[in-house]
Design a protein around this ligand. Structure first.
Ligand code: IVH
Length: 672
């Protein structure tokens, strides 16, 4: 074997090891920077020696854009479901049935969490992942191997050497709560439909036709069932322990339970503690551990007799619907909100709940005064899941059927609904106050133009006084106009003026995002800026040109065209341009060069999170600065990451050298 191949193999092995430490054990032993450097080295070698390409290489876990429908694959062993119960009595009855089915022979039970995601069946041959299939109808499912390969906690190549040549392992694909919440926040900003819960989000993601999207969503997976001819042990619990040693994520919550008392305790413990888990669970699964005993107990038509799922009580309450109000968002979407008699629901008092859209109101046949079920599942906002129909007959407070409003609650304009969309919206973009104010709020927000010191209340004040009617008016504000306003005073007025001034230097891509074009979020804005370089080029782009850009589809393309074909929007951007906002990617940025650090001598120390040390060295040079290895009287700045050595820090302090954090430095070179 030649040197390159050896090096590639070594790096792959190391990276797999670190992936495992990070994603499965949650215990990384090297810094992200070291990991990234190793990954880059491997990428470079693989590019140089394409003959050693391997689909299982850790570099390949980034997904691709190939768009194809999934192939249907028949499961070797059908994917059965479990019988469900909500009551402890039924769990006891199950325990007794197992006991008598086994003719009094002693048996161990295994208690596991019931993960609430979407199930998957993986096939491994000779230690390599060869296929991943969704549950489908239990007999046939979709081949989603490409997507599954992007999930970092799923081993592509197993560890150790005691795994069977051929086996299947089943588990649950999950979207952690934090990822789910961030994803929905982003979708809310884009006014895209929200995922109802992490289960839907995980299932939706897994069926994405674009594995790069899957890779970006940070899914996770827990495994709970091993199948095959030559399994290591005749015991479910032991087999899963082995699977753990091969690199699978097996829940630490799994326990052997030796009596019905232990079963009860297990339920009691998780009923309370499941709320602290990073992923959603909807119950507990109990399984007879011995595979021989499992075979003895056998199956019914749909589910095994050796297992049962105890489901947690959904967090639900019943209360009265008093009235429905309507909220108008930044892009005019009208959202119905149920106003309720206050009710306790998992620790908080709920007074309002989302009704989502007209279709949902219709499907519930909702009436004012109805007793409704409110649930707080995975959702951020509680929602109405049903109506207590039995209570309706004797309901003397029952009022009219809820009819979605026809006119905008804010400006009175007749609402519209686009074909194929569930939402009603107010088309009066220019005259409807919450839309106008919403656009200004979006423009000034931190990730857009970052105009500090202006909150919704100040915007409201400026708007109601007629000082600001659109975002270009911000640039006409004068100190004396606003310092005399109630609650503002000189200092905050000055801060606002300075922040507005500074926003003229905000890079083009963020300005593009700030415009609030429907479907143009941060990522899309960045891609557009890099592809077209200037507002002018973007404004003149055709649909064909727009959809050429990575990740820009027809929906986004049409939205951009429609935004710029509006004469008022064109006039607005012209005004903004005249006020000096950045409407193109700077030469500096394109070439990555500037003289911002000219004459500065910089020492780098410690570890960093945004870029590697080498990247920082390159950035210093690109911006006209000089790197130096040691601190002396000539040093201008120390760029200090984490864990900077105390001796160095002391020396820098003594010499009065300015210490820059990573963020300070990136801001300094205009790269924040
Ligand atoms: S065992 C034949 N164990 O619940 C038994 N299932 O209704 C196969 N699930 O489709 C399933 N956590 O998607 C098992 N610890 C666990 C589970 C679990 C979640 C899901 C799985 C399955 C459904 C059963």
């Amino acid at each position: 074997m030649d040197d390159a191949k050896e090096k590639i193999d070594r790096l792959r092995k190391l990276l797999n090891e670190h992936n495992y430490n990070y994603y499965v054990l949650n215990a990384p032993v090297i810094s992200d920077r070291e990991f990234d450097e190793m990954m880059r080295e491997l990428q470079e070698l693989e590019e140089k020696y394409p003959e050693y390409t391997d689909p299982d290489s850790p570099t390949q876990r980034v997904g691709n854009d190939i768009n194809r429908a999934f192939t249907q694959v028949e499961h070797r062993y059908p994917m059965l479901s479990l019988s469900n119960t909500y009551s402890m009595d039924e769990v006891e009855a199950f325990y007794e049935r197992a006991d008598s089915g086994l003719m009094g022979e002693p048996f161990d039970m295994v208690g596991e969490l019931k993960y609430d995601g979407t199930s998957i069946s993986l096939t491994y041959e000779n230690g390599r992942l060869v296929r991943a299939v969704t549950r489908g109808d239990g007999v046939k499912g979709d081949d989603v191997t490409e997507n599954i390969r992007t999930i970092k906690s799923i081993p592509l190549q197993l560890r150790g050497n005691d795994y069977p040549q051929n086996f299947e392992i089943r588990g649950e694909i999950l979207m952690p709560w934090t990822v789910f919440e961030a994803l929905n926040e982003e979708r809310e900003r884009q006014e895209e439909p929200l995922f109802a819960n992490p289960r839907n989000a995980a299932a939706g993601t897994l069926k994405s036709q674009n594995s790069a999207v899957v890779a970006s969503r940070s899914l996770d997976a827990y495994f709970y069932y091993l199948l095959g001819e030559n399994l290591p042990c005749d015991d479910h619990y032991e087999n899963l322990q082995r699977a753990k040693s091969w690199g699978f994520k097996i829940s630490d919550a799994m326990r052997k339970l030796k009596s019905i008392q232990e079963v009860e305790e297990f339920i009691g413990y998780w009923d309370k503690n499941r709320k602290n888990l990073p992923v959603a669970t909807d119950g507990i699964v109990f399984k007879v551990s011995s595979l021989r005993q499992q075979r003895n107990l056998g199956y019914t038509a749909k589910s095994p007799r050796w297992a049962i799922a105890y489901k947690f009580q959904a967090e639900q309450a019943v209360t009265r619907l008093n009235f429905v109000s309507y909220q108008v968002g930044r892009t005019g979407t009208v959202t119905p909100v149920a106003n309720l008699d206050p009710v306790q629901l998992s620790g908080t008092v709920v007074k309002r709940a989302s009704l989502h859209n007209d279709d949902i109101i219709q499907s519930l046949d909702l009436h004012i005064g109805d007793m409704v079920y409110v649930e707080k599942g995975g959702e951020i906002i509680p929602k109405i899941t049903g109506v207590d129909m039995a209570a309706r007959e004797s309901n003397i407070l029952l009022g009219e059927k809820v009819k979605f409003i026809k006119n905008c609650p804010e400006c009175g304009t007749l609402l519209c609904r686009l074909e194929g969309e569930a939402a009603w919206f107010c088309p009066n973009e220019r005259g409807c106050p919450p839309q106008i104010k919403g656009r200004i709020e979006h423009y000034i927000s931190r990730r857009a133009m970052n105009i500090d010191g202006l909150g919704p209340e100040t915007i409201n004040l400026f708007y109601s006084l007629g000082l600001v009617r659109d975002v270009s008016d911000l640039y006409t504000l004068k100190m004396d106009q606003i310092s005399s306003l109630e609650r503002l005073g000189d200092k905050s007025a000055q801060n606002i003026i300075t922040a507005i001034e500074r926003s003229r230097d905000v890079p083009f891509e963020r300005f593009l995002f700030a415009l609030g074009i429907r479907y143009v979020g941060e990522t899309v804005a960045k891609k557009l800026a890099l592809a077209f370089h200037s507002l002018e080029a973007l404004m003149n782009a055709s649909l064909e040109e727009l959809v050429q850009v990575d990740e820009i589809g027809e929906r986004i393309g049409r939205s951009i065209i429609s935004y710029f074909s509006d004469t008022e929007n064109r006039a607005l951007v012209e005004r903004l341009k005249a006020f000096g906002v950045q409407t193109s990617v700077s030469e500096e940025r394109l070439s990555g060069r500037s003289d911002k650090l000219s004459g500065k001598i910089i020492v780098i120390s410690g570890t960093f999170s945004h870029h590697s040390r080498d990247e920082y060295k390159a950035l210093i040079e690109q911006n006209g600065g000089k790197n130096s290895g040691s601190i002396s009287g000539k040093t201008t700045y120390v760029l200090a990451g984490e864990n900077m050595g105390p001796a160095k820090l002391e020396k820098a302090r003594k010499l009065g050298i300015e210490i820059l954090s990573e963020d300070d430095f990136l801001k300094m070179i205009g790269k924040y």
